[in-house]
Structure formats: C-alpha cells, structure tokens
Design a protein around this ligand. Structure first.
Ligand code: GAL
Length: 531
C-alpha cells in the first residue's frame, strides 16, 4: 500500500512536471529586445560619429554575441525641419556620408553601417507635433520634431531608410492632451502599412511614460505583433541646462522607482513587455553590487535590456555584468512573464519569483532595499514548487547554493540582492479547465471559464491553450473576477494548438473565480491550466 501511495504521488508529481514544459506546445513569442540607446549618455548631442563608435564597440566586445543587437538613435537626430513636401530634412553635418557614394544628410548611411556589423538600427520620433526637444537640454530647444500629421510618410521613411526599430515619445501628445491609446494605435497601423510596402519590420517602442495605463491597451495595439511600453518616467536625473554629460547620473533610488512602476504582471506576456526604461548600469552613480542588482531586476522583470551607458567606456566588470548568460537567460525566458512578489521577510526585504518556461524552474530574487545586511529566507511552497530536493544555483557566483528541505536562507547585503535559479518540481495542484460557454470565430465572441479554484492572494500562472489559424495575431480582452481588464495577444498557430502564459489573480474564496475572454475574434480558446 505504502509503495502504491508513493507511486501515485510520484505519478502526480510527474504529471505536474510534464504539463507545463512541453516546450513544443508554446507559441513562439518575440523576446524582450536587447541593445543600446543613445539617450542616457549622449542626450541630444547624438550624431553619426558617436553612433559609429558605439556600434563598433558593441561589435568588438562580447556584447553583440551576448544578444545586444539594437543600436537605437534617440532624440536629437532631427532638428524639426521639413521640406516643402513635408519630408524630414536631416542635418548633413551630423549625419554625413560614411562610405564613398553616399549622400550627406541621409539616415540610411548610418543604418547601412550598423547593418554591416550584423546589428540592427533604431530611430525615434514623437506622437505629437512637437517632440521632447522643445525642452532645452545640452543643446538648444527645437520645435516640430514630432510626427503628428505625418504618420504615414514618417514611418514609411524610417522603414525605407532601413531602420528596424522605432521609439515613439509622448512630449507633443502630452502637450496637446491627446489620447495615447488612440494615437499609438494609429501609429501602429501606419507602421504596419510601412512594413507592408517595404517588407521591412519596425519593432514598436511606445514611450508615454505609463500615461493612461499602456499596460491595459498596449498588447496588440493597432495590430502590432510585438511591442514594449514605458511604464514610468525617465531613469536618468534631468540634465542641468547647459551642463556637461557628467550631470547624467544613475541613482539606486531611480533604478528601484522605475522597477516598481513597471510592476504590471497582468499585462506582460506573448511578446508584449513593460519597459522600465533604458538601463543605467555602468553609468556614474551606481557601485559594483548595485550594477549587478540592476541587471538582476531588469532580468526578473523580463524587461528590454537596452544599455544606456557609453559602451566605449565600460570596464571589464561591467561588461561581464551585461553579458552574464545565466542572467540574460532569465530575461529572455520563452514564457515571457515578469517576476511577481511572493513574500516579504520584513520592510524592504522582498522575495520575487519569475515563472520560467521549463517545468519546475523559477528565478528568485531576494531583494534587500535597506541600508543593513539582513537574514532572508524562503520556502519552495512560496514559489508554487514542491519537493524537498531542488537544484539551487546562485546565478552571479555560479555556485550551487545550499538548500534544505524545501527551504533556503542567506544573509543578503545592504542595497543588494541574491539571484537564484531553482530547479524542483511543480506543486501537484495543476488544474485544468475547459470553457463553459464559447462562440468562436466571431468578432465579439466570448469564452467563459467559471468556478476556478482560488489559488491564494497572489498571482497564478495560467497556460492558455488556443488555436489561431489566421496569419495574424489575435488580441483578446480578459476580465478576471472584478479586476480591471487587460489584453492577451495570441500569435498565429496554423492548424496546431499552441499555448501562451499569462498571470492573473484568482483571489475569490472557494471555486468562485471566473475568467472571461471577450472580443476573441480569430482565436479559439480551448483550455486553461492553472498553476
Ligand atoms: C523622454 C523619454 C526619454 C528620452 C527623452 C528624449 O520623454 O522618456 O527616454 O527619449 O524623452 O527627450
């Protein structure tokens, strides 16, 4: 009998371990973009010479091999002039020819150079009439650097120049009191038309600093198949007008502030990511351990990893932080979910857990925000794992960590964190649900799941199995209990059934939780597995 019970127990455990992993079943989703952006270090003094230098440094260091491929030109590349046909006029001195035969003042010069190194190129504009350059910065103020009234031509021009990525800021939109959900959808459609005309993809970076909750409308906006949206203000302190570059300093406080503002686990999934801003790692203002913590925080958030430092000045330690493959693997995990807070050991002592695509695996950050070293502890059950035995790795040191009986403890230094990767078994509480009512393939269709069991007050991970036979992604509105709505994007699956992961709060007692997917259009939602 005893042996039989044990057999049943291990069979249940095994089911738990098989279900989530079947990796071939996961829809392939775009992972958070990785690269470099000019803003944090160069502000509006960006020009061809410094972009060439940065691209070269990325290419010649380990950064490119580690996955940092975007070289993004931020504000300052354009002074707001257009010709009589409304085309953007580029300053010929700042963006001269790079190779013989090229024309001065043509942005495709820098794109060709970036592409010649095997990297990708990013550009920047604003959703309103004026861009952020109306605020005097290191250089003077410039007006009319926004794309409003020219969406069609500007995004087409960016694609024709060969850019692969476009960041769209909100200074003009904000000034004119526009609705970001409306403007960014219109821009997404202009991008789609530019892509269709040129056959060239533009990655979409929405930068309205979290205004009007882009986490609720960003996924799949205007038909976009991938996007990031900023969730807060700038991570670098404002520049002192007329001041030197060295005024642009990183701060521990701003790093945590942006990490906190970025906490929208209900929104991040399927290639659509919250964006806490470009990193300040490696800039003056953070010490060595804060640099590592910065990288841990962004990886736990599955945030875009966009370097803001001057790459030509990075020391060996900082380069090693940026290129740590275990940390990058956490950021780039195929499930595409951000870490959720699963506990506190006291004020400022937080336990964060990131659900990973491989069954029974978690990344865990023990975060000490305080000024004192602190003993911290956590149990596997806090992470939804079972089993006394687990492989635990301290990600930064690479050492196996000591864990006893489903429990881990360590002293975490002040202003620091311990990043762990844990391999154990999923707790055998997986629940499988099928819809109680469904009408498919009709715009306005609804799929209802009811009587879902409570999973505690925290976040559950849900594997949605679905089919989307159309060539385009589907975007479905989701309401869980009485929580605010959010959107779930579902990439095409052909005739196969695939799955994506989302996170929701099933916080009603008993079996009184419900999830309603509406507006499901193209996607048939077949079942949910709740962890
Ligand atoms: C801000 C944006 C920054 C940077 C800057 C340029 O609105 O958040 O990331 O692009 O504009 O002025």
């Amino acid at each position: 009998m005893e042996t039989w019970n044990r057999w049943i127990a291990s069979a249940i455990l095994a089911m738990g371990t098989i279900l989530p992993s079947s990796a071939q079943e996961l829809a392939t989703i775009p992972l958070p973009p990785m690269g470099w952006s000019s803003w944090n270090s160069f502000s509006n003094t960006v020009n061809s010479a410094n972009v060439v230098e940065q691209a070269k440094a990325i290419h010649e260091s380990e950064l490119q091999k580690a996955g940092y491929v975007y070289v993004n030109i931020d504000e300052g590349w354009w002074l707001g002039d257009r010709d009589q046909q409304g085309n953007i006029v580029v300053d010929a001195k700042s963006w001269p020819a790079i190779e013989p035969g090229e024309r001065d003042g043509d942005m495709s010069n820098i794109v060709r150079y970036i592409h010649s190194l095997g990297l990708k190129a990013g550009i920047y504009t604003d959703a309103g009439k004026d861009g952020c350059s109306t605020y005097p910065d290191i250089g003077p103020a410039y007006f009319h650097t926004g794309s409003e009234g020219h969406y069609e031509e500007d995004f087409l021009r960016f694609a024709e120049w060969g850019f692969d990525y476009v960041k769209v800021d909100w200074c003009g939109g904000y000034k004119e009191n526009l609705d970001p959900a409306v403007q960014y959808a219109e821009i997404a459609r202009a991008i789609a038309r530019a892509e269709a005309k040129t056959g060239h993809k533009l990655y979409y970076s929405i930068c309205d600093w979290g205004k009007q909750s882009p986490s609720t409308w960003g996924a799949g906006i205007g038909g976009a198949s991938q996007a990031i949206w900023r969730t807060g203000g700038d991570i670098v302190a404002p520049v002192v007008v007329g001041g030197p570059h060295t005024e642009r300093k990183a701060s521990f406080e701003a790093m945590l502030r942006n990490f906190d503002a970025n906490y929208h686990p209900e929104a991040e999934h399927t290639g659509f990511y919250n964006d806490p801003d470009m990193m300040v790692l490696g800039m003056p203002g953070l010490n060595a351990s804060e640099n590592k913590l910065h990288m841990s925080l962004w990886a736990m958030a599955a945030a875009p990893l966009l370097i803001g430092a001057d790459v030509t000045k990075l020391d060996a330690n900082t380069l090693a932080d940026f290129t740590n493959s275990d940390v990058i693997a956490i950021d780039q995990d195929a499930a595409g979910l951000q870490a959720v807070k699963v506990g506190e050991n006291g004020p400022g002592l937080e336990i964060w857990s990131k659900f990973l695509a491989r069954s029974g695996e978690r990344a865990v950050l023990l975060l000490n925000r305080t000024y004192f070293p602190a003993p911290m502890h956590m149990d596997w059950k806090d992470l939804g794992l079972s089993g006394d035995h687990a492989e635990v790795k301290d990600v930064w040191s690479g050492d196996p960590a000591v864990a006893v009986n489903g429990h881990y403890e360590a002293t975490v230094p002040a202003h620091d964190g311990i990043l762990l990767r844990i391999k154990s078994s999923e707790a055998p509480v997986v629940k499988h649900y099928t819809p109680v009512s469904q009408s498919n393939r009709m715009s306005g269709a609804e799929t209802h799941f009811v009587h879902l069991a409570q999973t505690g007050s925290g976040w559950s991970q849900i594997k949605i199995s679905y089919r989307n036979a159309s060539p385009q992604g589907a975007v479905v509105d989701l309401h869980t209990n009485d929580h605010g709505g959010t959107r779930v994007a579902m990439p095409p699956t052909g005739n196969a059934t695939r799955s994506v992961w989302i996170q929701v709060q099933l916080d009603q007692p008993g079996n009184e939780n419900r999830m309603v997917f509406s507006n499901s259009g193209r996607a048939s939602i077949l079942s949910l597995d709740v962890y």
